[in-house]
Design a protein around this ligand. Structure first.
Ligand code: NAD
Length: 499
């Protein structure tokens, strides 16, 4: 299918695709595929107003009924999986298999949210007073703004939206200005689902098309109770500070700088496959991409040559084609960022393998690169920085404490892993003195998390948690209730106050 066929099967009319000034390119060949109408500040504020009205109605709908809406959304996504997966590939350049995987994540989180809609439970707590009981209840919180990044254009919206909706919160989405088409396609799917669901109020699910300033309007509005923002640490600093000013609820999912430690007992065959998938998948543009490989000095010379051979054989090209494993970078700016990081690595004493620009003849306006391996003498400043491109820095270590110190010695704290068959090493890595990341894995790479566990990381990654476990609590307000069923009015702490 070519780009106009993909856009047509996603339900876009040519009027919509030429309605405004937000120009959208496909990274596959760099061509313009749409120029969309952007929302003004007034439009966004009106949408917030509609969201507030929707909240009054939606919070009164029983949670299992809210879950039913999400169940129907999951069904619609199943039916649209191929179309949407292809559009993800067209707009952000990840290979079609990964585009499908992203839509599957949306389906999976819908399933999880449907189950949760019958389990939004609190505690019962022992009271110190006779004839009293205490409990904790969870209530809907308000409008939830969802700001997302270009590299996962649809799944993180759904991680948030599916939970927010069952928790009773309307959602307003501000997708990346680089990937607004996938968001509009999802909005169309949602419109079909809500149109057939009597209890769904107008304004329950909305999408704002715009740039950073549209996100700023959501962040500044006191009517947006929660802002969940996925993107760079720079963006998180701005959003987090604004939310803190107005005591708004904030969920931040920011940059990562993920590492793998390969110990002498590791299964090297497995480690090799995990390194390649997690370092070059999505062309190194995942928040959980493997960026630092920390290898024991005794196995370094066995692993590195094999890794370089695997890199040399990687099929790089049009991500819609079968068999391609590495698509393009999002744009020339990303390619420039990769080039300068590799130059700095060399200046720091590193040796670089790969990192060439390719397919310039076939796609002069696209940004295809060969993934790079940079063997480094130490963890220099450039290694500590998240460059959003397929660069794998490799560092040798001699003992596990040193490896863990290197692994933790960066500002970000998203994902980490160890390859080892020694239970002492793996348990040490997972203990309080091991990895400081939100995600720590054993014998699998740092990327490709599944729905079910809480997703997110510490330090410059922002501290947010989404998706599984008890992440739903981030979309609700907690209320503590004390109930007196006696005929007396005893005070807590034994205080006497007789009148
Ligand atoms: P980005 O920060 O440039 O943009 C992300 C979104 O934030 C966009 O929608 C943008 O318009 C908006 N935005 C930017 N500044 C804003 C502001 N001041 N106020 C409100 N909104 C603002 O990120 P990107 O280049 O699209 O994505 C790549 C980054 O995202 C990487 O750092 C990557 O690690 C991170 N990321 C993190 C996760 C995670 O779950 N931790 C997932 C995906 C991507």
């Amino acid at each position: 299918m070519n780009s106009s066929e993909i856009l047509k099967t996603s339900g876009f009319t040519s009027a919509e695709l030429t309605a405004g000034t937000l120009v959208v390119h496909t990274p596959i060949d760099g061509s313009e595929i749409a120029s969309l109408k952007m929302h003004s500040t007034d439009d966004v504020l009106q949408m917030v107003g509609k969201g507030v009205d929707a909240f009054s109605a939606w919070k009164a709908v029983p949670a299992p009924r809210r879950g039913e809406l999400v169940r129907l959304l999951g069904n619609e996504l199943r039916a649209e999986k191929e179309n949407l997966g292809r559009l993800v590939t067209l707009e952000c350049g990840k290979i079609y298999q990964e585009g499908l995987g992203e839509v599957q994540e949306m389906i999976d989180i819908c399933d999880l949210a449907v189950g949760l809609s019958r389990q939004l439970y609190g505690l019962t707590i022992a009271s110190e007073r006779p004839g009293h009981s205490m409990r904790e209840t969870w209530h809907p919180m308000g409008v939830c703004g969802i700001i997302t990044a270009f590299n996962f254009p649809v799944a993180p919206w759904c991680w948030n939206a599916a939970l927010a909706l069952v928790c009773g919160d309307p959602v307003i989405w501000k997708p990346s200005e680089k990937t607004p088409l996938t968001a509009l396609a999802v909005q169309k799917i949602c419109d079909r689902v809500t149109a057939n669901f009597a209890e769904a109020p107008d304004g329950l699910i909305q999408t704002v098309i715009g740039e950073r300033d549209a996100g700023e309007v959501l962040t500044a509005s006191r009517d947006v109770a929660i802002v969940s923002a996925t993107g760079s640490t720079r963006m998180g600093h701005a959003v987090g500070a604004k939310l803190a000013e107005r005591f708004g609820r904030c969920i931040l999912e920011l940059g990562g700088n993920n590492a793998m430690i390969v110990t002498p007992s590791a299964d090297l065959e497995m480690a090799l496959r995990a390194v390649v998938f997690s370092a070059v998948g999505t062309a190194g543009q995942r928040c959980t991409t493997l960026r630092r490989l920390i290898v024991h000095e005794s196995i370094y010379d066995q692993l590195l040559p094999r890794l370089k051979t695997a890199y040399d054989g990687l099929p790089i090209g049009d991500p819609l084609k079968d068999g391609i494993l590495v698509g393009p970078l999002i744009d020339a700016q990303a390619q420039g960022g990769m080039d300068s990081a590799l130059q700095q690595a060399v200046a720091d004493g590193g040796t670089v393998h790969g990192g060439a620009h390719v397919h310039k003849g076939a796609f002069p306006n696209a940004a295809y690169v060969t993934p790079a391996i940079a063997e480094m003498p130490a963890q220099t400043d450039i290694v500590k920085h998240e460059t959003f491109a397929p660069i794998l820095y490799v560092i040798k270590y001699s003992d596990l404490d040193q490896a863990i110190a290197i692994q933790n010695g960066v500002p970000q704290g998203l994902s980490s892993c160890i390859f080892s068959t020694d239970v002492r090493e793996t348990e040490y890595f997972l203990s309080a003195v091991g990895s400081d990341c939100g995600i720590a894995n054993v014998n699998i790479g740092p990327s490709g998390a599944e729905i079910g566990g809480a997703f997110g990381g510490e330090k410059d990654t922002g501290g947010g948690r989404e998706s599984g476990s008890d992440a739903w609590r981030g979309y609700m307000r907690r209320q503590t209730n004390t109930i007196n069923y006696s005929r007396d009015l005893p005070l807590a702490q034994g205080i006497k106050f007789d009148i």
